[in-house]
Design a protein around this ligand. Sequence first.
Ligand SMILES: [Zn+2]
Length: 232
Amino acid sequence: MATIEALFKLQELELALRKNREDLAGIAARIERDEASVHAHAVAVRAQRALAALENEQSALDVDMQDTIERLGTVERQLYSGSTAASKDLLALQREVAYYKERQGNLEEQLLAKMEQVEAAQSRAAELDAAYRQAEAAWRESVPSLQTEQQRLQRHGEEMAEARDEAESALTAAEVKGFRSLEASRGQAIVRVERGMCGGCAIAVPSHELQLLRSTHDPVRCPNCGRYLYPG
Ligand SMILES: [Zn+2]
């Protein structure tokens, strides 16, 4: 095989191996943790917290209400017991009764509104919890097929690694060294010539080099960027 062909094959295999490793990392991450479930869980937890906060507010209103009803009862008993004779004191007690009644009315309104909020938050929390459980179940169900894909990718990677080693052993140490140093400085060592242009630097390849590409099997470099040219 011509040197450039062998180098190109090596490069293709190494690119494919890199892609294979990325795919494997991606699949391992998806087996390890499901972003959709993690997100659904966070949302469900937030809804639970919002519900708990509303329930606390409702409890506080309940306590306030009980307290108000008790105070109202106490003042009313004082008012109607006949033990308070002075009209000044009676007036004060009547004012207190009126105050507590108004307070009770306000609290009733607030409690009703709060109970509606709690109910809405309860159904929202239940919905989001169900959505989370569904997402988690779907992920657990998908794990076996992800593992099958993972194994397939691993086998494919092993095969490509073998082919890569084989391709490398078909080259001389000097050829590999030249290829590696180009790779280190240019990222991609071998580029295709497309419509007369270097695929690496997009500069027109001079006709002398294009001629060489057709006549020799030795690597031909782009005079501008120095990459090896591969006939398009
Ligand atoms: Zn170039």
